[in-house]
Write a protein that binds this ligand. Structure first.
Ligand code: ATP
Length: 440
């Protein structure tokens, strides 16, 4: 399978089967934006819910927040984003196209018109989207759309400490949209202008940062495995390349069809943010250790995961092609935990009321485990299976005349078909229920 071929196949499947559509498509789109369709939003929610369950609900040391996207602009001055959240921009004097200077293959040649020596000096371009709050459109009313969810966590540090009195180490987690005016959005949902992040700020005693860093490093690999992302590579980010707030960063990279690129980041942000917000806001953001009566500013470990890049890595890891029953097929080997549809129930024939009625009963029974159990009685059974394969449904259940007792020894049994192998087995409904329950 040619490398670019794979990306085109994923983009095409994503559109055709209702995972991801270009944003504002009927108006010709809007660069850097995509819309999630019915299966896409289900997959995305399943990924986010699993992350939330794993890193917030299942732990006693984690607190969730959902902060506003619009924040007081002083937040972004204090965090260094107003001064420093920028990429180097160059413009071609011939065709006026703009590029990120650090992404150019040849710094002397314009990638758009091909002219040599037309690219000007690089200047820093701030990536925050600016808008106005209220009716006055002057500078004092300027606000930014947040460029990362972390800001909303730091400004709520004091609130969470005051409400819950957590003992260190503890973390605050948030899932939400972030906005970056990327110079050149590209590669489908990899580099977007409107994106979503799942972030944790994990607060530790300064001397304990290394242990927490290692712990989160392991947990991020485990989460990748859990959602079926294969082969994540680590890149230790060098001194000159780290963000302004970081003392150590590991990029978690994935082999996307367009190359090895950053999937997630893990950063040691020291006390940079809490100290900066304390200085700028005047609020005390120190932590009082009740046992030692010592007051200090906690340090922070930040695992930062982009939802869209995660979903793309999930699709790229899951996409598979093979031959089944003499026909070629494309399917998604999604983990049942995150598959948009968990199982499909089908009567062998849709014009036999007794089959349809039994199939409906079976579907209702399975829906007690999970509501995402689909129904399909359209076309022949092989086609129904292929449609589910393409969206990654792990199980298909077919109700036939044997279910109704045509061969008395098979009464009450159904066919359970497995997505990856196409293998089928004859089981009772309660056995099927148990299998699905175990997989989710
Ligand atoms: P890059 O170097 O690729 O621009 P970054 O280092 O600026 O990314 P971070 O600031 O560390 O990214 O953001 C944390 C995470 O948010 C990234 O690891 C990625 O998963 C996601 N992310 C960042 N920028 C984008 C974007 N433009 N589109 C989609 N996801 C993004």
């Amino acid at each position: 399978m040619a490398e670019m071929g794979l990306m085109e196949k994923i983009v095409s499947l994503a559109k055709r089967r209702g995972f991801v559509y270009p944003g504002s498509e009927i108006y010709g789109g809007l660069a850097g934006t995509y819309d999630y369709g019915p299966h896409g939003v289900a997959l995305k929610n399943n990924i986010k819910n699993l992350w939330w369950k794993t890193f917030v609900e299942a732990r006693d040391d984690m607190y969730g927040v959902d902060a506003a996207i619009l924040m007081n602009p002083k937040v972004w001055e204090a965090s260094g984003h107003v001064a420093g959240f920028s990429d180097p921009l160059v413009e071609c004097s011939n065709c006026k196209s703009r590029f990120r200077a650090d992404h150019l293959a040849d710094p002397d040649t314009c990638p758009s018109c091909g002219k040599k020596g037309t690219l000007g000096e690089a200047r820093q371009f701030n990536m925050m989207f600016k808008t106005h709050a209220g009716a006055a459109e002057n500078e004092s009313a300027a606000v930014y759309l947040r460029p990362e969810t972390a800001g909303g966590i730091f400004v709520n540090f004091k609130n969470v400490v005051d409400s819950f009195h957590p003992k260190l180490p503890f973390g605050i987690a948030q899932i939400g949209k972030a906005f970056r005016n990327e110079i050149a959005p590209r590669d489908f949902i990899f580099r977007l202008r409107e994106l979503e992040q799942m972030e944790v700020e994990y607060f530790v005693k300064p001397a304990e940062w290394e242990g927490a860093f290692e712990d989160w490093r392991g947990r991020m690999h485990a989460f990748a495995k859990d959602i079926g992302i294969n082969s994540v590579h680590e890149l230790e980010v060098g001194d000159g390349d780290r963000a302004h707030y970081s003392k150590r960063t590991i990029d978690f990279e994935f082999d996307y069809p367009f190359g090895r690129k950053e999937l997630w980041g893990l950063a040691y942000r020291t006390d940079f943010d809490l100290s900066a917000h304390e200085r700028a806001s005047g609020a005390s953001l120190q932590y009082l250790d009740e046992e030692t009566k010592e007051k200090f500013t906690p340090h922070v470990i930040e695992p930062s995961l982009g939802v869209d890049r995660t979903l793309l890595a999930v699709l790229a890891s899951a996409y598979a092609e093979d031959e089944l029953g003499g026909e070629s097929r494309a399917y998604l080997k999604l983990s049942p935990k995150i598959a948009p549809v968990k199982a499909m129930v089908s009567p062998l024939l849709k014009n036999k009321p007794e089959l349809v009625e039994k199939a409906r009963d079976v579907r209702e029974e399975l829906r007690k485990i999970h509501p995402a159990i689909a129904w399909d009685d359209n076309g022949n059974i092989g086609k129904r299976y292929r449609r589910q394969d393409e969206i990654g449904t792990p199980f298909c259940i077919t109700i036939d005349f044997d279910t109704l007792g045509e061969h008395p020894e098979l009464l009450g049994t159904v066919t359970l078909r497995h997505r990856d192998t196409g293998a089928q087995e004859r089981l009772t409904v309660s056995e099927v229920r148990q299998k699905i329950e175990e997989a989710l």
